[in-house]
Design a binder for this molecule. Structure first.
Ligand code: PLP
Length: 418
């Protein structure tokens, strides 16, 4: 018989094998100072490209002022209790109304966290007779929601509409027997590759198959579409999204999330989403802060314009220099190299220590074993000079990688320089 703690030692997940590395360098790094393109890492100023602060709202003076005022007025505890019991307020209701109107849905419901919210929404939407059909590259919160499902689930090849149709045929057959229904789940923008979910393609299949569509638009809200209402707006199919979700953790630079749909569905969810019913409601300061962020998102188109100016300069600059960015169709900018984990660590370290640039490096198992991915997140707060600095650093990095420079040191030999 095993001791539970012994068993857990190195089985915390696929990334646990890297847990012997210094705790605050590659994993759990501490970025210090005010949120923006220039922050402190390891005691020195770095150019930061790793925050989903797409519109630069995290440190916008009007946001900072609204946050401070709200915290001053209400403290951080208010309101106490779950929304259903004692944690409701006019501000919560007002934010829901404004979010719903912005994404062209009848109603919306606030969630304390996106991750928990998605898990719980999926759990509330389906029962054992129903079938979930979901994209293979969906975010962990969707996968975890699907895990709770007691009925059948079919995964379709990422963004492959032919394969989705095949899965819909299987699902349709099954629900004819069970008397259940079908829920299709995908994302607006996939956060690792930057690819848009083919929402138009999925919507087209609605003409042939009877299903409801749930879209997690965490990376699309505020960044995509003419008004920033997201990827459904971008692709002209917002009305085909039956359940629209986004977090406040990205463009809204806050915490919390929301789900929007028909009035009757939101009403159902209010009484069924366990992560909300059994948890304290979103603090008033976050709600008032979110109202301010939403106001800026709606009324200052220059924020999104700035973001896209930086995105275009960065992505075309990288492509012109021969870098491979996959098929990104959004601000998310993955830069892909061939190489092993050791080389990835050495490259990331070189970038941080010698070029003073901080961006996330993604390694196996998130990407295949011989792939190194640097994930650059441009924001409205970056400048074209930041882009130029980064382009030359990446060119130098690529040359060193091609010359075999990063193969010289083993990953384990990498220690934190001071
Ligand atoms: C696609 C997607 N969905 C959901 C979430 C979770 O949102 P939250 O951070 O609000 O829990 C994230 C990450 O933040 C995400 O990238």
């Amino acid at each position: 018989m095993a001791d539970l703690f012994d068993k857990l030692r190195m089985e915390a997940g696929p990334l646990a094998k890297y847990s012997h590395l210094p705790d605050d360098y590659f994993f759990f790094p501490k970025l210090e100072g005010e949120i923006g393109p220039r922050m402190k890492f390891n005691g020195r100023e770095v150019l930061v490209w790793s925050l989903n602060n797409y519109l630069g709202l995290a440190n916008h003076p009007e946001v900072r002022e609204a946050d401070a005022r709200a915290a001053q007025q209400y403290g951080m505890a208010s309101p106490m209790g779950a929304r259903m019991m004692s944690g409701n307020s006019d501000n919560h209701v007002a934010l829901e109304r404004e979010l719903a109107a912005f994404v062209s849905k009848e109603d919306a419901m606030l969630l304390n966290y996106g991750y928990q919210g998605v898990v719980s929404i999926i759990d509330a939407l389906v029962d054992r007779k129903d079938v979930i059909v979901y994209d293979a590259e969906c975010h962990a919160c969707i996968i975890d929601g699907v895990r709770l499902h007691m009925g059948k689930r079919f995964v379709y090849v990422h963004n492959n509409m032919e394969n989705l149709e095949k899965q819909l045929q299987r699902a349709s057959k099954l629900v004819e027997e069970t008397g259940g229904a079908i829920l299709v789940i995908t994302e607006g923008v996939f956060g690792m590759s930057g690819k848009q979910g083919d929402l138009k393609g999925v919507a087209e299949l609605k003409k042939k198959y009877n299903f409801r569509l749930f879209v997690d638009d965490a990376h699309g809200f505020g960044t995509m579409g003419k008004t920033g209402a997201g990827t459904g707006e971008e692709q002209g199919v917002q009305d085909q999204i039956d359940i629209y979700f986004s977090t406040f953790a990205k463009s809204m630079a806050g915490i919390g999330a929301f789900v929007a749909s028909e009035k009757r569905i939101i009403k159902y969810l209010r009484y069924s989403v366990r992560s909300q019913i059994y948890a304290k409601s979103l603090p008033m300061a976050m709600v008032l802060g979110a109202l301010k962020r939403l106001e800026l998102l709606k009324t200052r188109p220059e924020l999104k314009d700035n973001l896209w100016r930086i995105v275009r300069a960065l992505q075309s600059g990288l492509r012109d220099r021969g870098f491979y960015l996959g098929d990104t169709q959004s601000p998310v900018t993955p830069v892909l190299f061939k190489g092993g984990v050791g080389e990835a660590a050495n490259m990331a370290m070189d970038l941080r220590e010698n070029f003073n640039i901080f961006c996330s490096v993604v390694i196996y198992p998130v990407v295949p074993k011989d792939v190194i991915m640097f994930r650059i997140i441009p924001t409205a707060a970056h400048t074209l000079d930041d882009v130029e600095e980064t382009l030359s650093a990446f060119s130098a990095l690529k040359k060193k990688l091609d010359d075999g420079f990063y193969r010289k040191e083993e990953l384990v030999a990498v220690t934190r320089p001071r």
